[in-house]
Write a protein that binds this ligand. Structure first.
Ligand code: RP5
Length: 174
């Protein structure tokens, strides 16, 4: 199997997490980064999870992104199986609305790090962005695209500021 230059494995604990984790996929697609989306659970399918991690490593995965809710063991379990960076996305799928997952992901024991993103869609998007930033360290084209993205993002905010000010100006003018 030909390995992509940059390859990211996105794993989620349940298919019910897919709506959130598609946000990560959208960011990676925007930057043209090859990736996969898989469902594997640390609690419900530990042997299958290990198989998925090994397969992703064989395909050349350089970053893992794991989205899970409730007692979210998935990012930590993946981090225990690989030395590649693991970004964890807490998902608000239980009665505790993601705080449980956030703490489960953030409170890793020393020696097995997991980067904890924000709960939900913002965290899923940022996981994609952080993966791009990690890959851009060794990819100058990606670094250029990342810089362009930041410029576009800033322009977007400035446009909104200009629109808001123009609207306020009109109102004041009657
Ligand atoms: C977690 O339990 C999953 O990541 C999901 O967020 C949550 C609920 O899973 P389902 O019961 O919807 O499959 O392990």
């Amino acid at each position: 199997m030909a390995k992509a230059k940059n390859f990211v494995s996105i794993v989620m604990g349940s298919d019910s997490d897919a709506e959130i984790m598609k946000e990560t996929s959208g960011i990676l697609a925007k930057f043209g980064i090859a990736h996969e989306l898989r469902v594997a659970s640390a609690h419900r399918s530990p042997k299958f999870l290990e198989k998925c991690v090994r397969e992703a490593e064989r395909r050349g995965a350089s970053v893992f992104i794991a989205g899970a809710g409730a007692a979210a063991a998935l990012p930590g379990a993946i981090a225990a199986l690989t030395a590649k960076p693991v970004l964890g996305v807490p998902i608000a799928s239980s009665e505790l609305k993601g705080l449980d997952a956030l703490l489960s992901i953030a409170q890793m024991p020393a020696g097995v790090p997991v980067a904890a993103m924000a709960i939900g869609k913002a965290g899923a998007r940022n996981a994609g962005m952080l993966a791009v930033q990690i890959l851009a360290l060794n990819d100058s084209n990606l670094a250029v695209n990342l810089a362009k993205h930041r410029t576009e993002q800033e322009k977007g905010v400035m446009n909104k500021d200009a629109q808001l000010r123009a609207g306020a100006h009109k109102k004041q003018g009657g």
